[in-house]
Design a protein around this ligand. Structure first.
Ligand code: ADP
Ligand code: ZN
Length: 697
């Protein structure tokens, strides 16, 4: 086996990298030692090297199964540029081309061969591979094998048989998805560690992103959210606001009053491409988008990602938030949390996972509707025939199930979400339909479980980085985090004894919690204390409590922050159920009764604590540069980048433009002192930039 020095030499020679990224070297050692391996790294974590490197060192071919057919050619070309012989086999090739590549494999022409998963449907194809010496079988995007994953692909299920036919070569599976079910499924389905090999090793790494300032702001409503967004854009300028629905995207984009692009799945492909291009080349620095905005967003200089609504899972959140700060500079990831928004996600989950009752109801309705022949109706119209169902998304999913089970056949009329739906003869009885209700129900529960986790993240009181790393099972702890809101609050707010006035406020707050012990969450209790007339408060008769309105003078921001401090200090416990409720702890009871005094991190009374503003000081700097120069540079950069056909930050990132506009260099030598400008960039763009600066000042 090759030693460390040799490994580094290979790394530099073939890949041009000086060091391994976190986790890579351990994975590679493990592969070279012959063990099956599961690698969990986030997108961009450097998974490819984990099989490309061993492919060079092992005797035999490395087969890479990947569903990303569109990328195969690029990957192979990139390897060719590194003098690593590779090829691919997918549906873009005709049979004779495939045959000639297989012959090439037999001749030993390639170290790596990328293969699309559906190839393994063909027995003939597998038989052609069987005699070859396959050293390593790499399964990329391995979560596609799991029905619990978000991207299940039936073709992946066949890989198990293919492996058997191929004589059980060593396997490396790679994914960015890491829930325990998916992991267990991958190990099981690919039979990792079986056939006389040792237990498979699972490596999780690369999830830590210490430049991300993670924060959650508990906000009361849309207006407060828009205010937070406006503030953030003013300070940080460049980033994405994610919303959970198209309606929110449109609303935020319209009401924000700043230049931005809107992006959602209901736009035409042309509109979407246009919006994305505008954002990518720096014509526009703010995007308001649904989660449809993601693939291909590799703009590295995003300074913020705000979530207007809570997303459906921690994976989804971290993937979207993780688009901030790709350049390694500080960036803020803030979730604007309001418990009411959870309902939207629950609605999506209901919609994606229809219950047995909905499917049965639809079955009977369709028997009636279609008894005289096929009908042409939109999903919404069909949903209206089912008075008990309010979620037309669920009807869409139920239709899909009935179609798959061979009860109906559908033809899509393009343009207007309308289908022609007819019964398939002979009409099957409901009990004969092959629909796996248990699986559907399990999936629904799992999806709800994932939602619970992200709600727990929003309510988390300790380090958010550690929460995320724990979630993904990444061992790297962040012991000295000073960049998440919770850690910052601990370090920035002095722990002190309350004054007499504050002691009284604390007593009031605690007695309100005691009154409703375990029945209401933080929002209701805060509303009660400030004397809100909102419907929820009145309906729950909270306005009848003796503690109603006791802290009206202090205002809602203060009360929220006070409850926060009391939770942190252990006076109030937060339940972990679906609707987290507050209850008094034993310590809280003693403090309420003045049997005990404690020190805690209290909010300032005069100036209600604005948690997020303090944090932003680290990320944002006041504008202390010459605006005209900055704007002129930006204009030049846009033209220059578009001539090169590159995104704007390829010329210079915003930070560099700002620094240019601050320092106002006069000579090429001055340029080299500016962050982001090395000799290469100075040579390429230096003269032009200097000219612009002189011209604009
Ligand atoms: P993933 O498949 O996990 O999304 P990739 O394998 O595409 O990630 O790698 C992401 C990026 O990191 C690529 O641009 C790759 O060239 C780069 N990279 C990978 N390994 C290293 C390394 N050891 N040093 C520097 N850059 C690396
Ligand atoms: Zn922290």
């Amino acid at each position: 086996m090759i030693d460390t020095t040799q490994r580094h030499r290979l790394l530099e020679q073939h890949f041009g990298f000086r060091e391994f990224l976190e986790g890579q070297e351990h994975v590679i050692e493990n592969i070279l030692a012959g063990q099956d391996t599961l690698v969990i790294m986030p997108t961009g974590g450097g998974k490819s090297l984990c099989y490309q490197f061993p492919a060079l060192a092992l005797d035999g071919i490395t087969v890479v199964v990947s569903p990303l057919i569109a990328l195969m050619k690029d990957q192979v070309d990139a390897l060719a540029a590194k003098k690593i012989p590779a090829t691919f086999i997918n549906s873009s090739l005709n049979q004779s081309e495939i045959d000639s590549r297989i012959t090439g494999m037999q001749r030993g022409d390639y170290r790596l061969v990328y293969i699309a998963p559906e190839r393994f449907k063909s027995e003939r194809f597998i038989q052609a591979l069987a005699p070859l010496s396959i050293a390593l079988f790499a399964v990329d995007e391995a979560h596609c094998i799991s029905q619990w994953g978000h991207d299940f692909r039936p073709d992946y299920i066949r890989l198990k048989w293919a492996l058997k036919e191929l004589g059980q070569p060593q396997v490396i599976a790679l994914t960015a998805t890491a829930t325990p079910e998916v992991r267990a499924d991958i190990v099981e389905q690919l039979a990792l560690g079986k056939f006389g090999r040792q237990e498979p090793q699972i490596f999780v790494s690369g999830f830590a992103r210490h430049n991300l300032h993670l924060a959650v702001s508990h906000v009361k409503g849309k207006a407060a959210k828009l205010h937070r967004i406006t503030e953030t854009i003013r300070q940080l300028k460049t980033g994405i606001v994610y919303c959970s629905t198209r309606k929110h995207v449109e609303k935020v984009a319209a009401e924000l009053g700043v230049k931005c692009i809107a992006y959602h799945g209901a736009m035409t492909p042309e509109q979407r491409t246009k919006a994305q291009t505008k954002f990518m080349n720096g014509d526009c620095d703010v995007a308001i988008a649904t989660n449809a905005f993601g693939m291909g967003i590799d703009r590295a200089d995003l300074r913020f990602v705000i979530h207007f609504d809570i997303p459906g899972s921690v994976e989804a959140y971290y993937q979207e938030a993780g688009r901030a700060g790709r350049d390694g500079e500080p960036a803020r990831c803030e979730m604007l949390f309001n418990y009411a928004d959870v309902r939207t996600q629950e609605f999506f989950i209901e919609g994606a996972n229809p219950t047995r009752e909905i499917i049965a109801g639809l079955y009977h309705a369709l028997l009636q509707l279609c008894r005289r022949g096929p009908i042409t109706m939109s999903i919404d119209d069909i949903a209206e025939q089912l008075p008990t169902v309010k979620n037309s998304m669920a009807v869409g999913s139920a239709l899909f199930q009935l179609e798959r089970a061979g009860f109906i056949a559908r033809d899509y009329e393009s343009g207007n979400r309308t289908y022609t739906t007819g019964l398939v003869e002979p009409v099957k009885a409901f009990d004969e339909l092959q629909i796996d209700f248990e699986r559907l129900e399990n999936k629904r529960q799992r999806d709800l479980g994932k939602l619970q986790k992200i709600i727990a993240y929003a309510g988390h009181h300790d380090c958010r980085h550690n929460f995320i790393l724990d979630y993904f099972g990444d061992d790297e702890a962040a012991p000295h985090c000073v960049v998440c809101d919770n850690c910052l609050a601990h370090t920035n707010t002095a722990i002190r004894q309350p004054t007499e006035d504050e002691t009284v406020s604390i007593q009031k707050a605690l007695s309100c919690v005691a009154r409703v012990n375990g029945r209401f969450g933080r929002a209701r209790i805060a509303q009660t204390l400030v004397g809100s007339r909102s419907k929820e408060v009145v309906d729950a008769r909270l306005d009848q409590l003796s503690t109603y309105g006791l802290l009206a003078a202090q205002g809602s921001d203060y009360v929220w922050a006070l409850l926060d401090s009391l939770i942190r200090a252990g006076c109030i416990a937060v339940s972990t159920g679906e609707y987290p409720t507050l209850s008094l702890t034993e310590l809280g009871r003693e403090v309420m009764l003045r049997q005990k005094t404690i020190s805690l991190a209290l909010p300032e009374v005069a100036k209600p604590k604005k948690r997020t503003e303090k944090k932003s000081a680290k990320v944002a700097e006041e504008v202390d540069y010459n605006r005209e120069v900055f704007e002129a540079l930006k204009k030049w950069r846009r033209e220059r980048a578009s001539r090169l056909g590159k995104p704007a930050y390829h010329v210079f990132p915003d930070k560099t433009l700002e620094e240019l506009a601050r320092i106002l260099p006069e000579s090429p030598a001055d340029l080299l002192n500016i962050r982001g400008i090395g000799p290469a960039k100075a040579k390429m763009f230096g003269d032009e930039a200097l000219k612009i600066i002189t011209g604009a000042r």
